[in-house]
Each structure stands twice: as structure tokens, then as C-alpha cells.
Unconditional design. Structure first.
Lengths: 367, 367
């Protein structure tokens, strides 16, 4: 069952992406799609954004010069980590390259339902998360940010959608869950469809960039959009899916639930050093073997840190592959270089972010 | 099971009230309680308000000169009928005699979940319902009225309460229902506990006057209040319960679902005449028998119209009993008198109400 393969609230690693296309009807981000993605950044060039639903239609709308939008959100349960950074960068990319209006939900009600974090507490985390978004390049101009608990239109939609949602549908998609989590699914559908309310100009093409584990939410919301098409005129939201970024242990997806395996955008130089030093690599059992056989960069989380996040230059990335595979560099040396690279990136990011906290506070001040 | 006996969304008649005290732990409105109810009106004197939970504690708080409050609501699915009038009169009584602050919820989200009526439509009905309340004597001064869909604090509480609510609890209380109705139960708990939020001065003694079929909501909300006592400081809400007012057919409780058996506060003189003329009575098979044996006023819905609603004077009521039981009056004659009584009451009410519609509109205008 779908509910067993995908768990939007879990941290399992989905190593085989192939069946998503055959079993779940996802579409590939292939050459044909890529050609239409303007100024494709590393996420697109390197196949990190690897699958989609109806993103080709979204591109067509853009090419027809229709206004397009992009929607996603964050559960404000902890500091931004490298997984949330992927979604953020996708949104910022759509905003910049496609002039897409960004709709960004702070999923504080889901955060309470799933993690039990009181709204007052998650409100503080939300400010930090949004400041990260701004530092990553989000423009506040073409952008609407809300907290679920403050946006009554979203909550109202959840109640509306509940009327055409059976328990069986929810069980099939998510397994046996408590009523709070079920209702947060309906609330999230409200988040995703909010941009299409009359208050925001009505029906439009919206793409939702998410990690691949969030697909149940996408499928559910697309069904809801179809069911309420007559009443609200919704278009089915499109989606793009990125691969998981693994935990530093290499074992599961990077998740807020795994504090030791996670790199957050608030980590200081020391903790970055400690964490990356202990990360899982593709190194051999002995120095001698490493020199003779070379490292296995395809298995290496440190390599993935560069691939997914910290090496923009494709040539440099290939060079790191080569040095590893040839045995030219040891894991220790490689880690040292990558740690420096990350520390440098983080320092710049955190300085930028610090200045943007007041702006984030203001954007979230609400009524 | 509780869910089978009580159905807050159904219209069955609960003819035997006795088991409520033994099985469900309700308390009786006995002489001891009645002595403490100041200026008891017909609802109290005639045993229509017959049961309670912790209402004695509420009275004690009042007697200690603590401020007390009263909370109830209406599902704005149709015009006020004689059943909703009972709840309204209880609230107005508490406001007037105990200086209780009235909290009144327009349950438009439940109305959508249960009846599928869109919010825009129920908003119009809500104005009419509130105008009826005002015409019945509600003072807008010591009063807070809200729509569920507009009151984010209520919706937020629903999500909070969901976290400590299992599906099994909901199933045991309400049977198998859809997720919308389950969530409207949580929303109603939010309504009932709203008066105890800090925004309204924190924990206080609140009584909830309802029809006896609403007890599952009361029990559920009292459990929720206990579970969140540490976090919110809630006191368990008290409740008073009134007997059902029957459908004019005598067969089920008066309900919006049964258009022919229901008297609404908007009925005109003609339809009142038609409806009451066809009402179920305690009359005998023939005129001769009626004269010989007398009528059975205990079975008669027309008598109940006087008992519950349209005869304030206890002596007059007894006189009607006597005339019926002695065979002095026929059902036709009695109905004629009662129809005139009701028409007169309605005319006065509707004239009063008409003038109060703009005030109701203003109170519900919201943000």
C-alpha cells in the first residue's frame, strides 16, 4: 500500500526511485523538461529534482505568459536543515527565474498535531525559518507567507474538504493515524489550494516543490482539487519532487528527528566540524586499500554534501570524484576540505540571516 | 453504547429519562437545586429543565459572588424552532437572573459538516437566528457572539484537543462518522471552552444549557477540559439539560429535519393554524367518548405547546388540564384557543424581531 511505502512523517530512505514512475504515476524530469527550465541550477542539472506531476503543464502556462505560482511550506519544529534547504531553494528558483508568486505556509497546526509543539513556541522557530528563507534569496515582494493557525481561510477549507473525504481514503494513504494528523492533511490541502481562492485572483497554475516522501499529500490534494473543481474552479496543483538528502550516518533521510545526523543552517563551525568528521563515507577499510582501489564516492555522504549543497561548480565536483576514485585523496583529507567549504558557506549565510531576522519578524507579525 | 442511545445529530425521542441518572451519571434538578434558582421561570417550575451536571457548583460560585458565564450555540441551518427557543430562553434567563456573561457560538462549520450548507448561506440564517435571540430578550451587553469559521481561537483549540483524542473515544461516543463530523465535535469543545481562555479572563464557571441529546458533547468536552487542565487551567463546564420538545406529530423530537412537524419562530398565522390543527392530541375516538372519558392531556402535543412555551400562568395551565380531563372541551375547541394564543405570541415576537435584524447584522459583521 501507498501508506507503507511513503510516510510523510517518517524518516525512512527510499533507495529505489524507479518504482515511483511505474507504480505511482510520477513523471520523469527528463531532457525534454530540463530544456524548458531556464538557467537550471545544480538541483536540476544533477537530477536532484528528478520527478514531477504536471510540471510540464505549469511550464506551458508560463510559456504562454500566464502568471504562475509556487507553493510550499515548513513545519516549524526546529531549525532549517539541509532537507528543508532543498525545498527553499526550489521555491526561490521559481520565484527568480519564472517570476512565480511564492505562497509559503508555516504549518504550525501540523507541527502541533505531529510533534506536540505549542503554537507560541513554534512561532519563534518560524521566524528563524523564514529568516533562513530570506537569506537564501527569497524576495518578500512576490510572496505571501502565513501561519496555519492564523489563516482562517485555510482552516475553513480543511472543514470544507473534510466533507468529501472518507476515513478509508485517509487510511489508505496514511495508515492508521490519530484524528489530529488526519485533519492536518486536510489543512495542508487548504494550504496548497489557498493560492487559487478568489482573494488571490482565482484559479492558477501552482507548482509545489517537495521531497518525494510528501507525494501522498500531493495526490490527496489533487483529488480534492478535482472534487471541488465545480465549486471553486481549482486547477490541479503540479508538483516537483527532489530526492532525499541522507542523514550523515548514511542510513535514513535527513530529518529533524535525528539530531546527530542532521546539519542545520544554524550550526556553528565546531559542531559542523564534529558532525562531518563523523559522517559516513565510501572509504575503504585501510589506507593501503584506499590507495589501491580508490574510494567509493557513490556511497559517500560527504560527497553528497557537495553534490546536493556546497559545490556549485560541476567541474570541481567531477574533480572531487576523480581524486576519490583514483585513491589520490583520503577520506580525512577530503573531509577537511569539505568542512572548510561548509563552514565558509555557513558563516556567510548566518551573517546574512542575522540581518534579516527583523524582516522575518515583521512578515510574521500578523494581526 | 452511549452512541446508540444518544445521537446529537438525530431526531429520535428519548421517552425514558430515568436511566440517564443511573447509567450516565446526570444529576436531577431537584427541590434542593430549584430553591437556589432565583425567580424560576416555567422551564424550571415545570421540570422542563430536569437534569444537570455540576450545576450546583455553578450556583455555589454565583452565591460566593464569583462571576459566572453561560455558553451555548446554534447550528445556523434553518429558522429558529421551538426546540432552539428552549436553549435560547435558558441562556437569557441566566443572563438576566445571574448576570451571567453569555457566550454564543454560531456553529457554521458544524452546519457545513453535518448539513453541507455553505458558509455564505448559513451566514444569512445566523443573522435571523440571532435576531430571534435578541427578540426573546438577549442583551447584547453582557454577551459575546462568534461564528466558528471566523474565530480562529476556536479552530486552534480543535487542533489542540485533537492531539489528546483517540478515534476510539470518538467512535464510542458517536459511532462511525465522517472526519468532518468528528472534527466538528472537537470544534464544539473549542466553543465550549473558549470563555475560559485568558483573552476572556481565564478559568471560570460556565454552564451550558442544552437539549438532553447533546450530552455526548458535554461529556466529551468535560473530559477534554480535564486533560488540558494543567495547560489551560480549565474548570469542567457545567450543563443543564432540557427535555425534548416533540414534533407536532408526537413521534420524534422537534427537529429542523422534519419540516411538517416543526413550528418555527418565522411561521405566519396561516401556517401556524394549519400545523397546529393537524397536531397529535390526546383526544378520544369519538365526541361521545371524549365527553364521557375526557381527553388524555398527558399524551397531547397541543397541551405541551402550552406547557413548554405559550402558557406562562401555571393556574391557566391547570385549568386547561382540568377542562380536557373532564371532557368539558373538545380537541377542536382547545386547538382553536391555542392557535390564537400562539398566533398572538408570534405576531408580537416577529414585530420585535424585525426591528432587531440590523442589530444582529451588526453583531455578526465581524472583521
Amino acid at each position: 500500500m501507498a501508506g507503507e511505502t511513503f510516510d510523510p512523517w517518517g524518516s525512512e530512505l527510499l533507495s529505489d526511485y524507479e518504482h515511483l514512475f511505474s507504480e505511482f504515476g510520477m513523471q520523469r524530469v527528463d531532457e525534454k523538461v530540463l530544456r524548458r527550465v531556464l538557467n537550471a541550477n545544480r538541483l536540476w542539472r544533477r537530477g536532484i529534482v528528478f520527478a514531477h506531476r504536471d510540471f510540464d503543464k505549469w511550464l506551458s502556462a508560463f510559456e504562454r505568459k500566464e502568471g504562475v505560482a509556487c507553493m510550499s511550506g515548513i513545519k516549524p519544529s526546529s531549525e532549517f536543515h539541509l532537507g528543508s534547504k532543498l525545498t527553499a531553494e526550489e521555491m526561490i528558483f521559481f520565484q527568480k527565474e519564472f517570476n512565480a508568486k511564492v505562497f509559503y505556509s508555516i504549518a504550525d497546526l501540523e507541527c502541533y498535531a505531529d510533534n506536540g509543539i505549542p503554537l507560541a513556541e513554534s512561532a519563534k522557530t518560524a521566524v528563524s525559518n523564514l529568516a533562513d528563507m530570506l537569506a537564501l534569496g527569497l524576495s518578500e515582494k512576490n510572496c505571501f507567507v502565513w501561519k496555519q493557525s492564523e489563516e482562517k481561510r485555510v482552516m475553513n477549507l480543511a472543514y470544507v474538504f473534510a466533507r468529501k473525504t472518507t476515513m478509508n481514503t485517509l487510511k489508505a494513504l496514511y495508515g492508521e493515524r490519530n484524528i489530529g494528523l488526519y485533519f492536518s492533511v486536510l489543512t495542508q490541502a487548504g494550504d496548497i489550494l489557498l493560492p487559487q481562492l478568489q482573494d488571490f485572483g482565482g484559479a492558477k497554475n501552482v507548482v509545489v516543490p517537495v521531497g518525494v516522501d510528501q507525494d501522498p499529500h500531493i495526490r490527496f490534494t489533487r483529488d480534492i482539487a478535482a472534487k471541488f473543481e465545480a465549486e471553486y474552479g481549482f486547477k490541479l496543483p503540479a508538483a516537483t519532487f527532489h530526492k532525499f538528502f541522507r542523514s550523515l550516518s548514511g542510513e535514513s533521510k535527513m530529518s529533524k528527528r535525528d539530531a546527530l545526523g542532521v546539519i542545520t543552517l544554524s550550526d556553528d563551525a565546531d559542531s559542523l566540524k564534529k558532525k562531518v568528521s563523523r559522517a559516513f563515507t565510501g572509504g575503504r577499510a585501510t589506507v593501503e586499500e584506499q590507495k589501491r582501489l580508490g574510494g567509493e564516492w557513490k556511497k559517500c555522504v560527504v560527497y553528497e554534501l557537495c553534490l546536493f549543497h556546497f559545490e556549485e561548480d560541476d567541474k570541481e565536483l567531477e574533480e572531487r570524484q576523480r581524486r576519490c576514485a583514483s585513491g589520490e585523496i583520503s577520506c580525512g583529507e577530503c573531509k577537511k576540505e569539505v568542512i572548510e567549504k561548509i563552514q565558509k558557506w555557513m558563516k556567510a549565510h548566518q551573517e546574512k540571516k542575522k540581518k534579516l531576522v527583523p524582516k522575518a519578524e515583521k512578515m510574521l507579525a500578523g494581526d
